[in-house]
Design a protein around this ligand. Structure first.
Ligand code: B12
Length: 216
């Protein structure tokens, strides 16, 4: 990797830790102008600092406001990548309903999954954050997606995925969709235990998982 790009990735990393959206945006733009690979801008520039923000929060060095302004800076940088990630001239390969479960307002990871799916030819219906089981059920009836994806970032909200799947079963719509789940505290085992059809650890793997679920 060129030294110049490395400096720019470091700059994006710092901008996000400092919560500086303007700097995050300008550095992402500069990296793209130098033909930086999008995955590197994403992983080394934008995603890596969020892990550090989480660590600083755990250590008591950052509080919720710092976490929030870092998230805003990350989102500003991600918006620059959006057109590059979502651009495609493929006809839709399938429809995915996405949402962050009830009680949870983390949406950066979910939004990234949405962008990567769109870029791979999926139509995405994004229900946003804090989505109740009833809202998922209603949206399955309205939109008839092939796949439903749930996101949770808290150990306290991941159990809402189980509650939601039970609500789908009660409403008689569980068999109409393949269910995939994701979010930092989740695992393959957890997904299997709650009766989801698959788990993916990141947005790239979410696309491969969606493709595999469509084949089934
Ligand atoms: C930013 C952030 C916030 C922001 C969120 C802003 C936003 N709009 O999203 C704010 C400030 C609002 C916030 C609030 C809180 N947060 Co917070 N937050 C984070 C932080 C630092 C980064 C999360 C992030 O965006 N990561 C980057 C993205 C790209 O990664 P990702 O979300 O994991 O997503 C990827 C994969 O998981 C996967 N994926 C995600 N979703 C899906 C869905 C599907 C279907 C699939 C297939 C894949 C998939 O693909 C994604 C892309 O690669 C994390 C730390 C961390 N390490 O995760 C803490 C963290 C998640 N938060 C935490 C906590 C405790 C909180 C609060 C409770 C704090 C408080 N006291 O109020 C509140 C809860 C609010 C609520 N009710 O939801 C803890 C959770 C601890 C736990 N084990 O439960 C963490 C881990 C911090 C820590 N280390 O302690 N937070």
């Amino acid at each position: 990797m060129s030294e110049q790009l490395e400096l720019l990735y470091d700059g994006i990393y710092e901008a996000i830790l400092d919560g500086d959206p303007n700097k995050a945006v300008s550095h992402v733009e500069k990296a793209l102008a130098l033909n930086a690979p999008i995955e590197d801008v994403l992983n080394e520039g934008l995603i890596a600092p969020m892990k550090e923000v989480g660590r600083l929060f755990e250590e008591g060095e950052y509080f919720v406001p710092e976490m929030l302004i870092s998230a805003r800076a990350m989102k500003a940088g991600l918006e620059i990548l959006r057109p590059l990630l979502t651009e495609t001239d493929m006809p839709p390969v399938g429809a995915v309903l996405l949402g962050t479960v009830k009680g949870d307002i983390h949406d950066i990871g979910k939004n990234l999954v949405a962008m990567m799916l769109e870029g791979s030819g999926y139509k995405v219906i994004d229900l946003g954050v804090n989505v109740s089981p009833d809202k998922f059920v209603e949206a399955i009836e309205t939109h008839q997606p092939d796949i439903m994806g749930m996101s949770a970032l808290l150990t306290t909200t991941m159990r809402e995925m189980d509650v939601t799947i039970q609500a789908l079963i009660r409403a008689g719509v569980r068999e109409r969709v393949r269910i995939m789940v994701g979010g930092a505290p989740l695992s393959e085992q957890f997904a299997a235990r709650i009766g989801a059809d698959g788990y993916a650890a990141d947005a790239g793997k979410a696309v491969s998982l969606a493709n595999a679920l469509l084949q089934r």
